[in-house]
Design a protein around this ligand. Structure first.
Ligand SMILES: [Zn+2]
Length: 449
Protein backbone atom coordinates (compact mmCIF):
# COMPACT_ATOMS: atom_id res chain seq x y z
CA UNK A 1 0.00 0.00 0.00
CA UNK A 2 1.33 3.44 -0.86
CA UNK A 3 2.18 5.79 1.98
CA UNK A 4 -0.37 8.26 0.65
CA UNK A 5 -3.19 5.72 0.75
CA UNK A 6 -2.11 4.48 4.17
CA UNK A 7 -2.30 8.05 5.50
CA UNK A 8 -5.71 8.63 3.90
CA UNK A 9 -7.07 5.53 5.61
CA UNK A 10 -5.43 6.32 8.93
CA UNK A 11 -6.60 9.92 9.18
CA UNK A 12 -10.01 9.21 7.66
CA UNK A 13 -10.78 6.48 10.19
CA UNK A 14 -9.36 8.51 13.05
CA UNK A 15 -11.52 11.52 12.16
CA UNK A 16 -14.61 9.34 11.91
CA UNK A 17 -13.97 8.02 15.42
CA UNK A 18 -12.80 11.20 17.08
CA UNK A 19 -14.59 14.05 15.39
CA UNK A 20 -18.32 13.51 15.28
CA UNK A 21 -21.45 14.94 16.95
CA UNK A 22 -20.75 12.82 20.02
CA UNK A 23 -17.30 14.36 20.42
CA UNK A 24 -18.86 17.84 20.18
CA UNK A 25 -21.26 16.91 22.95
CA UNK A 26 -18.37 15.61 25.06
CA UNK A 27 -16.43 18.83 24.52
CA UNK A 28 -19.37 21.03 25.51
CA UNK A 29 -19.89 18.99 28.67
CA UNK A 30 -16.24 19.54 29.61
CA UNK A 31 -16.46 23.24 28.82
CA UNK A 32 -19.19 23.64 31.43
CA UNK A 33 -16.61 22.70 34.08
CA UNK A 34 -14.71 25.89 33.29
CA UNK A 35 -17.26 27.97 35.19
CA UNK A 36 -17.49 25.81 38.34
CA UNK A 37 -16.35 27.32 41.63
CA UNK A 38 -13.91 25.60 43.97
CA UNK A 39 -16.56 23.82 46.05
CA UNK A 40 -18.28 22.49 42.94
CA UNK A 41 -14.96 21.32 41.54
CA UNK A 42 -14.15 19.51 44.77
CA UNK A 43 -17.48 17.70 44.58
CA UNK A 44 -16.90 16.73 40.96
CA UNK A 45 -13.39 15.49 41.76
CA UNK A 46 -14.56 13.40 44.70
CA UNK A 47 -17.19 11.72 42.50
CA UNK A 48 -14.74 10.96 39.69
CA UNK A 49 -12.07 9.80 42.13
CA UNK A 50 -14.53 7.57 43.93
CA UNK A 51 -15.40 5.89 40.63
CA UNK A 52 -11.74 5.28 39.75
CA UNK A 53 -10.97 3.87 43.20
CA UNK A 54 -13.94 1.52 42.99
CA UNK A 55 -12.73 0.23 39.63
CA UNK A 56 -9.18 -0.15 40.89
CA UNK A 57 -10.29 -2.17 43.91
CA UNK A 58 -12.53 -4.35 41.72
CA UNK A 59 -10.06 -4.94 38.89
CA UNK A 60 -6.52 -4.77 40.22
CA UNK A 61 -5.12 -7.39 42.63
CA UNK A 62 -2.95 -4.67 44.23
CA UNK A 63 -6.03 -3.11 45.86
CA UNK A 64 -8.40 -6.05 46.28
CA UNK A 65 -7.97 -6.13 50.07
CA UNK A 66 -9.20 -2.52 50.43
CA UNK A 67 -12.74 -1.74 51.64
CA UNK A 68 -15.15 -0.39 49.01
CA UNK A 69 -17.85 1.03 51.23
CA UNK A 70 -16.50 4.53 51.79
CA UNK A 71 -18.66 7.55 50.89
CA UNK A 72 -17.92 9.71 47.86
CA UNK A 73 -16.89 12.71 49.96
CA UNK A 74 -14.24 10.61 51.74
CA UNK A 75 -12.53 9.54 48.50
CA UNK A 76 -9.57 11.99 48.67
CA UNK A 77 -8.88 11.08 52.30
CA UNK A 78 -9.13 7.32 51.65
CA UNK A 79 -6.84 7.75 48.64
CA UNK A 80 -4.13 9.42 50.70
CA UNK A 81 -4.31 7.03 53.61
CA UNK A 82 -4.89 3.66 51.96
CA UNK A 83 -3.45 3.76 48.45
CA UNK A 84 0.35 3.75 48.22
CA UNK A 85 2.20 5.91 45.71
CA UNK A 86 3.36 3.77 42.82
CA UNK A 87 6.31 4.36 40.50
CA UNK A 88 7.04 3.33 36.96
CA UNK A 89 9.35 0.44 37.87
CA UNK A 90 6.53 -1.15 39.88
CA UNK A 91 4.58 -1.57 36.64
CA UNK A 92 7.31 -4.00 35.57
CA UNK A 93 8.07 -5.65 38.88
CA UNK A 94 4.45 -6.01 40.04
CA UNK A 95 2.74 -6.37 36.69
CA UNK A 96 0.41 -9.07 37.98
CA UNK A 97 -0.86 -6.73 40.71
CA UNK A 98 -1.11 -3.46 38.82
CA UNK A 99 -2.43 -4.64 35.44
CA UNK A 100 -5.94 -5.96 34.92
CA UNK A 101 -6.65 -9.42 33.53
CA UNK A 102 -3.29 -10.88 34.69
CA UNK A 103 -1.42 -8.44 32.45
CA UNK A 104 -3.16 -9.52 29.24
CA UNK A 105 -4.52 -6.71 27.11
CA UNK A 106 -8.04 -7.26 25.77
CA UNK A 107 -8.53 -6.82 22.01
CA UNK A 108 -10.82 -3.78 22.52
CA UNK A 109 -8.22 -1.96 24.61
CA UNK A 110 -5.62 0.25 22.97
CA UNK A 111 -1.95 0.00 23.89
CA UNK A 112 -0.34 3.24 25.05
CA UNK A 113 3.42 3.55 25.21
CA UNK A 114 5.36 5.97 27.35
CA UNK A 115 8.28 7.41 25.42
CA UNK A 116 10.88 5.97 27.78
CA UNK A 117 13.38 8.84 27.50
CA UNK A 118 15.34 6.91 30.09
CA UNK A 119 14.93 3.27 30.84
CA UNK A 120 12.43 0.97 29.27
CA UNK A 121 9.22 2.29 27.76
CA UNK A 122 6.12 1.06 29.53
CA UNK A 123 2.97 -0.10 27.75
CA UNK A 124 -0.40 0.73 29.29
CA UNK A 125 -3.89 -0.41 28.40
CA UNK A 126 -6.33 2.30 27.40
CA UNK A 127 -10.09 2.16 27.03
CA UNK A 128 -11.71 3.56 23.90
CA UNK A 129 -13.62 5.98 26.13
CA UNK A 130 -10.35 7.35 27.53
CA UNK A 131 -8.98 7.94 24.03
CA UNK A 132 -12.07 9.96 23.14
CA UNK A 133 -11.94 11.89 26.41
CA UNK A 134 -8.27 12.73 25.79
CA UNK A 135 -9.22 14.28 22.48
CA UNK A 136 -11.96 16.31 24.17
CA UNK A 137 -9.52 17.68 26.76
CA UNK A 138 -7.05 18.69 24.06
CA UNK A 139 -9.81 20.40 22.08
CA UNK A 140 -11.00 22.24 25.17
CA UNK A 141 -7.51 23.67 25.52
CA UNK A 142 -7.36 24.61 21.84
CA UNK A 143 -10.65 26.45 22.28
CA UNK A 144 -8.86 28.84 24.66
CA UNK A 145 -7.19 30.19 21.53
CA UNK A 146 -10.49 30.33 19.68
CA UNK A 147 -9.59 27.22 17.69
CA UNK A 148 -12.35 24.77 16.81
CA UNK A 149 -12.99 21.90 14.39
CA UNK A 150 -13.05 23.05 10.80
CA UNK A 151 -10.27 25.63 11.23
CA UNK A 152 -6.91 24.99 9.57
CA UNK A 153 -3.97 23.80 11.61
CA UNK A 154 -0.44 22.61 10.97
CA UNK A 155 1.35 19.92 12.96
CA UNK A 156 5.07 19.53 13.47
CA UNK A 157 5.43 16.67 15.88
CA UNK A 158 7.62 13.95 14.51
CA UNK A 159 5.05 12.26 12.28
CA UNK A 160 6.54 10.20 9.47
CA UNK A 161 4.92 11.87 6.49
CA UNK A 162 7.90 12.01 4.12
CA UNK A 163 10.60 9.48 3.34
CA UNK A 164 13.94 9.92 5.12
CA UNK A 165 15.87 10.10 1.87
CA UNK A 166 13.33 12.28 0.10
CA UNK A 167 15.14 15.15 -1.61
CA UNK A 168 12.24 17.33 -2.78
CA UNK A 169 8.78 18.44 -1.60
CA UNK A 170 6.19 17.58 -0.47
CA UNK A 171 7.64 17.19 3.04
CA UNK A 172 4.10 17.13 4.38
CA UNK A 173 0.75 15.40 4.18
CA UNK A 174 -2.58 17.20 3.90
CA UNK A 175 -5.11 15.51 6.17
CA UNK A 176 -8.29 16.81 4.58
CA UNK A 177 -10.49 15.15 7.22
CA UNK A 178 -9.21 17.56 9.89
CA UNK A 179 -7.93 20.48 7.77
CA UNK A 180 -4.49 19.59 9.10
CA UNK A 181 -1.12 19.88 7.38
CA UNK A 182 1.29 17.37 8.89
CA UNK A 183 4.84 18.56 8.31
CA UNK A 184 7.83 16.24 8.56
CA UNK A 185 10.01 17.53 11.39
CA UNK A 186 12.84 15.33 10.11
CA UNK A 187 13.08 17.54 7.05
CA UNK A 188 13.42 20.77 9.04
CA UNK A 189 16.90 21.52 7.72
CA UNK A 190 18.37 24.39 5.76
CA UNK A 191 18.09 22.60 2.41
CA UNK A 192 14.32 22.10 2.71
CA UNK A 193 13.36 25.03 4.91
CA UNK A 194 12.21 27.36 2.13
CA UNK A 195 9.82 24.78 0.71
CA UNK A 196 8.32 24.14 4.17
CA UNK A 197 8.06 27.84 5.06
CA UNK A 198 6.46 28.63 1.66
CA UNK A 199 3.87 25.92 2.20
CA UNK A 200 3.04 27.15 5.70
CA UNK A 201 2.81 30.74 4.47
CA UNK A 202 0.41 29.70 1.73
CA UNK A 203 -1.68 27.62 4.16
CA UNK A 204 -1.87 30.39 6.82
CA UNK A 205 -3.00 28.01 9.59
CA UNK A 206 -4.90 29.36 12.59
CA UNK A 207 -2.71 27.27 14.84
CA UNK A 208 0.46 25.17 14.88
CA UNK A 209 0.87 22.12 17.10
CA UNK A 210 4.51 21.31 17.77
CA UNK A 211 7.12 20.03 20.16
CA UNK A 212 8.98 22.96 21.74
CA UNK A 213 12.13 21.73 19.98
CA UNK A 214 10.59 21.46 16.50
CA UNK A 215 8.91 24.89 16.78
CA UNK A 216 12.25 26.28 17.98
CA UNK A 217 14.14 24.73 15.05
CA UNK A 218 11.67 26.22 12.59
CA UNK A 219 11.91 29.60 14.36
CA UNK A 220 15.70 29.45 13.94
CA UNK A 221 15.33 28.71 10.22
CA UNK A 222 12.94 31.66 9.92
CA UNK A 223 15.35 33.91 11.78
CA UNK A 224 18.25 33.05 9.51
CA UNK A 225 16.10 33.94 6.50
CA UNK A 226 14.63 36.99 8.21
CA UNK A 227 11.19 35.62 7.31
CA UNK A 228 8.19 35.75 9.60
CA UNK A 229 5.11 33.56 9.64
CA UNK A 230 1.84 34.92 10.93
CA UNK A 231 0.55 31.98 12.96
CA UNK A 232 -1.54 33.35 15.84
CA UNK A 233 -1.12 30.40 18.23
CA UNK A 234 1.53 27.72 18.72
CA UNK A 235 0.49 24.84 20.98
CA UNK A 236 3.52 23.08 22.42
CA UNK A 237 3.61 19.87 24.44
CA UNK A 238 5.49 16.62 25.19
CA UNK A 239 8.81 18.24 26.15
CA UNK A 240 9.75 20.94 28.64
CA UNK A 241 9.40 24.38 27.04
CA UNK A 242 12.35 26.65 27.84
CA UNK A 243 12.07 30.44 27.98
CA UNK A 244 14.56 30.91 25.12
CA UNK A 245 12.46 28.64 22.92
CA UNK A 246 9.24 30.49 23.71
CA UNK A 247 10.87 33.87 23.00
CA UNK A 248 12.26 32.89 19.60
CA UNK A 249 9.08 31.11 18.52
CA UNK A 250 6.85 34.05 19.49
CA UNK A 251 9.17 36.46 17.70
CA UNK A 252 9.28 34.64 14.35
CA UNK A 253 5.85 33.04 14.27
CA UNK A 254 4.28 36.29 15.34
CA UNK A 255 1.87 34.55 17.70
CA UNK A 256 1.45 33.31 21.24
CA UNK A 257 2.78 30.04 22.60
CA UNK A 258 0.21 28.03 24.58
CA UNK A 259 2.01 25.22 26.39
CA UNK A 260 0.35 22.00 27.43
CA UNK A 261 1.59 19.53 30.02
CA UNK A 262 0.63 15.88 29.74
CA UNK A 263 2.19 12.44 29.50
CA UNK A 264 1.60 8.98 28.06
CA UNK A 265 0.44 7.70 31.45
CA UNK A 266 -2.28 10.38 31.32
CA UNK A 267 -2.49 11.04 35.03
CA UNK A 268 -2.15 14.83 34.76
CA UNK A 269 -3.08 17.45 32.20
CA UNK A 270 -2.39 21.15 32.40
CA UNK A 271 -2.89 23.86 29.84
CA UNK A 272 -1.62 27.40 29.64
CA UNK A 273 -4.46 29.90 29.63
CA UNK A 274 -4.92 33.26 27.92
CA UNK A 275 -3.14 34.89 30.88
CA UNK A 276 -0.10 32.65 30.74
CA UNK A 277 -0.95 30.51 33.80
CA UNK A 278 -0.59 26.74 33.66
CA UNK A 279 -3.88 25.28 34.95
CA UNK A 280 -4.22 21.70 36.12
CA UNK A 281 -7.45 20.34 34.61
CA UNK A 282 -9.32 19.21 37.73
CA UNK A 283 -11.79 17.05 35.80
CA UNK A 284 -9.04 15.08 34.03
CA UNK A 285 -7.30 13.46 37.00
CA UNK A 286 -6.54 13.89 40.69
CA UNK A 287 -3.17 15.59 41.02
CA UNK A 288 -0.98 15.76 44.13
CA UNK A 289 2.48 17.27 44.54
CA UNK A 290 4.52 15.33 47.07
CA UNK A 291 7.97 15.54 48.64
CA UNK A 292 10.51 12.72 48.75
CA UNK A 293 8.62 11.04 51.60
CA UNK A 294 5.38 11.09 49.64
CA UNK A 295 3.82 13.82 51.78
CA UNK A 296 1.90 16.71 50.21
CA UNK A 297 4.09 19.78 49.89
CA UNK A 298 3.72 23.45 49.00
CA UNK A 299 7.34 23.43 47.92
CA UNK A 300 8.73 21.78 44.80
CA UNK A 301 7.90 18.12 44.56
CA UNK A 302 6.99 15.29 42.22
CA UNK A 303 3.69 15.18 40.41
CA UNK A 304 1.51 12.22 41.46
CA UNK A 305 -1.65 11.60 39.49
CA UNK A 306 -4.74 9.37 39.53
CA UNK A 307 -6.69 8.85 36.33
CA UNK A 308 -10.38 9.73 36.11
CA UNK A 309 -11.09 8.42 32.63
CA UNK A 310 -9.08 5.29 31.87
CA UNK A 311 -10.95 2.55 33.65
CA UNK A 312 -9.34 -0.17 31.51
CA UNK A 313 -6.22 0.14 33.65
CA UNK A 314 -6.72 2.68 36.41
CA UNK A 315 -3.40 4.21 37.46
CA UNK A 316 -3.79 5.34 41.04
CA UNK A 317 -1.29 7.71 42.71
CA UNK A 318 1.22 7.24 39.93
CA UNK A 319 4.42 9.20 40.56
CA UNK A 320 5.91 11.04 37.60
CA UNK A 321 9.47 12.25 37.40
CA UNK A 322 8.28 15.80 36.69
CA UNK A 323 8.95 18.48 39.25
CA UNK A 324 6.80 21.49 39.96
CA UNK A 325 5.07 23.51 42.69
CA UNK A 326 1.54 24.79 43.32
CA UNK A 327 1.00 28.42 42.49
CA UNK A 328 -1.43 30.12 44.89
CA UNK A 329 -3.93 32.83 44.12
CA UNK A 330 -6.55 33.41 41.46
CA UNK A 331 -6.00 33.73 37.75
CA UNK A 332 -7.37 36.66 35.80
CA UNK A 333 -8.98 34.21 33.36
CA UNK A 334 -11.58 33.42 36.02
CA UNK A 335 -11.19 29.64 36.04
CA UNK A 336 -11.05 28.37 39.61
CA UNK A 337 -8.64 25.63 38.52
CA UNK A 338 -5.40 25.00 40.43
CA UNK A 339 -2.26 26.51 38.95
CA UNK A 340 1.22 25.05 38.87
CA UNK A 341 4.58 26.53 38.05
CA UNK A 342 6.31 25.64 34.83
CA UNK A 343 7.16 21.94 34.94
CA UNK A 344 10.90 21.50 34.99
CA UNK A 345 12.48 18.81 32.90
CA UNK A 346 12.40 15.20 33.87
CA UNK A 347 14.03 14.62 37.23
CA UNK A 348 16.53 12.26 35.66
CA UNK A 349 17.58 15.07 33.33
CA UNK A 350 18.41 17.35 36.22
CA UNK A 351 22.07 18.40 36.24
CA UNK A 352 24.13 19.65 39.13
CA UNK A 353 26.67 22.44 39.42
CA UNK A 354 30.06 22.84 41.09
CA UNK A 355 28.60 22.48 44.58
CA UNK A 356 26.51 19.42 43.71
CA UNK A 357 23.23 21.38 43.84
CA UNK A 358 20.71 21.09 40.99
CA UNK A 359 20.93 23.79 38.33
CA UNK A 360 17.69 25.09 36.87
CA UNK A 361 17.43 24.61 33.13
CA UNK A 362 15.79 28.04 32.92
CA UNK A 363 18.91 29.58 34.46
CA UNK A 364 20.99 27.60 31.99
CA UNK A 365 19.20 29.31 29.12
CA UNK A 366 20.72 32.66 30.20
CA UNK A 367 24.10 31.49 28.92
CA UNK A 368 22.67 31.02 25.43
CA UNK A 369 20.66 34.23 25.21
CA UNK A 370 23.16 36.49 23.49
CA UNK A 371 24.89 33.77 21.49
CA UNK A 372 24.88 33.70 17.71
CA UNK A 373 25.82 30.95 15.31
CA UNK A 374 24.24 28.06 17.21
CA UNK A 375 21.88 25.85 15.23
CA UNK A 376 21.19 23.36 18.00
CA UNK A 377 22.64 22.69 21.42
CA UNK A 378 22.51 20.29 24.31
CA UNK A 379 23.95 20.46 27.81
CA UNK A 380 25.07 17.15 29.28
CA UNK A 381 26.42 16.34 32.71
CA UNK A 382 29.36 14.00 32.10
CA UNK A 383 31.01 13.94 35.53
CA UNK A 384 30.91 15.58 38.97
CA UNK A 385 30.87 19.34 38.26
CA UNK A 386 31.64 18.58 34.61
CA UNK A 387 29.40 19.56 31.73
CA UNK A 388 29.74 18.98 28.03
CA UNK A 389 28.00 21.53 25.84
CA UNK A 390 27.24 20.10 22.41
CA UNK A 391 26.81 22.61 19.66
CA UNK A 392 25.73 22.17 16.07
CA UNK A 393 27.33 25.34 14.72
CA UNK A 394 26.17 27.55 11.91
CA UNK A 395 28.66 29.12 9.55
CA UNK A 396 30.57 31.80 11.37
CA UNK A 397 30.60 30.14 14.79
CA UNK A 398 34.19 30.79 15.85
CA UNK A 399 36.54 29.81 18.64
CA UNK A 400 35.73 33.20 20.18
CA UNK A 401 32.02 32.29 20.28
CA UNK A 402 32.96 28.98 21.83
CA UNK A 403 34.89 30.75 24.57
CA UNK A 404 32.06 33.26 25.05
CA UNK A 405 29.67 30.38 25.72
CA UNK A 406 32.00 28.97 28.38
CA UNK A 407 32.41 32.44 29.92
CA UNK A 408 28.63 32.95 29.89
CA UNK A 409 28.13 29.73 31.81
CA UNK A 410 30.74 30.74 34.37
CA UNK A 411 29.37 34.26 34.75
CA UNK A 412 25.64 33.63 34.54
CA UNK A 413 25.07 30.07 35.67
CA UNK A 414 27.83 28.50 37.73
CA UNK A 415 31.45 29.63 38.18
CA UNK A 416 32.68 26.28 39.54
CA UNK A 417 31.73 23.86 36.83
CA UNK A 418 34.17 22.56 34.20
CA UNK A 419 32.74 23.14 30.73
CA UNK A 420 33.84 21.60 27.45
CA UNK A 421 32.26 22.72 24.20
CA UNK A 422 32.05 20.00 21.57
CA UNK A 423 31.07 20.71 17.97
CA UNK A 424 28.75 18.21 16.35
CA UNK A 425 27.13 17.72 12.93
CA UNK A 426 23.85 16.89 14.62
CA UNK A 427 22.39 16.03 18.01
CA UNK A 428 19.88 13.22 17.62
CA UNK A 429 16.42 13.19 19.14
CA UNK A 430 15.04 10.16 20.96
CA UNK A 431 13.32 7.40 18.99
CA UNK A 432 9.98 9.18 19.52
CA UNK A 433 11.40 12.28 17.84
CA UNK A 434 11.62 14.22 21.09
CA UNK A 435 14.62 16.33 21.92
CA UNK A 436 16.23 16.54 25.34
CA UNK A 437 18.09 19.80 25.78
CA UNK A 438 19.47 18.97 29.20
CA UNK A 439 20.68 15.45 29.91
CA UNK A 440 22.40 13.85 32.85
CA UNK A 441 24.65 11.11 31.50
CA UNK A 442 26.72 10.81 34.63
CA UNK A 443 24.49 10.26 37.62
CA UNK A 444 20.79 9.96 36.91
CA UNK A 445 19.07 9.96 40.33
CA UNK A 446 18.10 6.44 41.26
CA UNK A 447 14.61 7.18 42.48
CA UNK A 448 13.56 8.74 39.19
CA UNK A 449 10.46 7.03 37.85
ZN1 LIG B 1 -5.95 31.33 33.84
Amino acid sequence: MSAQLRNELLFGTRALLRDNPLSQWRLRALQRNESLDRAQLEQLQAALLHRTMQTAIARLPMYKHLPRDFPVAAAPEVLRTMFPIIAKDMLFVQRGALYPNRGQRQPWQAPGKSSGTTGAPVTLFRSLASLLMEQAFVKRHWAWAGYHDGMVRATLRGELVAGFGQAGPPFWFWNRYNCQLLVSSRHLVDAHADAIIDRLEQLAPAMLQAYPSTAFTLAGLLQRRQRRLGIPFVFTSSEPLYPHQRALVEQWFGGKVMDMYGMAERVAFAGECEHGQLHINPDYSYVEIVDEDGCPTDDYGSVVGTTFHNHAMPLVRYRLSDHTRWRRGLCACGRAWPMIEVVSGKFEDCITGGNGEPVSSSVLTFAFKNMNGICKSQVAQVGPARWEVRVVPLQGFTATDQQKLVDNIHQLVDPHVAVTVVLRDDIPSTAAGKFRWVVNEFDPPRNAA
